[in-house]
Design a protein around this ligand. Structure first.
Ligand code: GMT
Length: 376
């Protein structure tokens, strides 16, 4: 099949799922076309079966806000016609599902029957999508898609709760490459960061407000005051980083915390981590947690959104109520100071990650494409 995949190019989240799905589908002999406004972070090597199409935004003095949605729709029209797309799969509802609707309308007279599938990832529903500024457009665009998927049961239910959706939403979870994300020996790296054999606590995100990065720093401070020698690795970058750095300074723990910025090979950092902390205020699935679990790292997370579908309390780590720093710090302390519990949870985390193995989930997407095609 010729498959078009539209996504945001960013590190993390929907862009990673979309790009890894494209690679997985290409490995099965399909021809992939990835459409975005910049090269996706995970599209890192040349392949003849994946073509990247960058949406060009012509500027004009009148356009304070160049109309990306229109340029994207135009690109979709071209690819449907000239790359003979069999499926157009858009990741993130805004504005991708709307541009796809427009592209189909433009091609209607040419009797194009290319199914449009929209995958809902998170903030397109939980934060931005339900904002009255966009809600009616998002409602309409989801209902006009031929197939709709969501990355967790939680997101499916939230979408039905927040929008007027008539379509059936299929849950297809995030997935993981178990070969890439596995614990590997990086002892020299660990020794350099923890010369005294301290434990390593890691957080990975885009440092947006929703990730509550200052909670990570506060909970880490609790681990130290509980008497566990430890270092905190903060991976990623974003608007809340200065606040997190300031929090380290005000707590006087800067010499225990390293801000590593964006990292391409996050699995290397996870390989030396003893615990992963993700205290988000909203998280529809938590791909970052799954990546850590796949590297046999136990999780301490907030008990919100799709996180309890990924992190199983008492088996792969612990869940704490939102903003409960005491709980985050004490649960982390418990895992880090009990070798048997740590080993049990590390094995449980890897086992749980196996449930989301990439090949299995790519097959589910492939079958879903077939189902939607035959329903057209
Ligand atoms: O988490 C982010 O900030 C990125 C965001 C996105 O939309 O790109 O991620 C969302 O989609 C991921 C992939 O499906 C999920 O694993 C994340 O949980 C979800 N993020 C939120 O809900 C905040």
């Amino acid at each position: 099949m010729n498959i078009g995949i539209v996504c945001y190019p960013t590190f993390g989240g929907s862009g990673v799922v979309a790009t890894e799905l494209a690679k997985g589908l290409a490995n099965r002999g399909h021809n992939l076309h990835i459409i975005s406004y910049a090269q996706p972070a995970r599209l890192d090597s040349f392949r003849t079966d994946i073509t990247y199409h960058e949406v060009d935004l012509s500027t004009y003095p009148l356009f304070e806000f160049p109309p990306y949605d229109l340029a994207l729709a135009n690109m979709m029209v071209n690819l449907i016609q000239f790359a003979n797309l069999d499926i157009l799969h858009v990741h993130y509802a805004i504005p991708h599902a709307t541009s796809a609707y427009l592209a189909k309308q433009i091609l209607n007279s040419k009797a194009s029957k290319v199914p449009v599938i929209t995958t809902l990832h998170g903030t397109d529903i939980t934060l931005i999508g339900s904002d009255p500024t966009y809600k009616q457009v998002v409602d309409f665009s989801i209902n006009q898609s031929d197939g709709v998927t969501a990355v967790s049961e939680y997101l499916k239910n939230e979408t039905y709760r927040l929008f007027d959706i008539e379509k059936e939403i299929r849950v297809i979870p995030n997935f993981i490459d178990l070969e890439r994300f596995k614990k590997s020996k990086k002892e020299h790296f660990k020794k350099a960061i923890c010369p005294e054999g301290e434990k390593i606590v890691t957080h990975v995100s885009n440092f947006r407000e929703v990730k509550r990065v200052t909670d990570v720093v506060e909970a880490f401070s609790k681990i130290l005051s509980n008497g566990v020698p430890a270092k905190l690795l903060m991976v990623g970058d974003g608007p809340e980083r200065p606040k997190a750095e300031q929090k380290c300074r005000s707590l006087g723990i800067c010499n225990h915390v390293r801000f590593l910025g964006k990292q391409e090979q996050v699995e290397e950092v996870l390989s030396i981590s003893d615990l992963f902390m993700i205290p988000s205020g909203s998280e529809t699935f938590g791909l970052a947690a799954l990546e850590a679990m796949s590297c046999s790292v136990p999780i301490v997370s907030s008990n919100i959104g799709g996180l309890p579908e990924v992190n199983i309390h008492g088996e792969t780590g612990f869940l704490c109520e939102l903003g409960d720093i005491e709980c985050l710090g004490n649960c982390a302390t418990k895992i880090l100071s009990d070798e048997n519990l740590h080993a049990k949870m590390a094995a449980g985390a890897r086992r749980r990650a196996e449930f989301f193995e990439m090949d299995k989930v790519v097959t589910v997407y492939e079958e879903y494409y077939g189902e939607i095609q035959s329903a057209m």
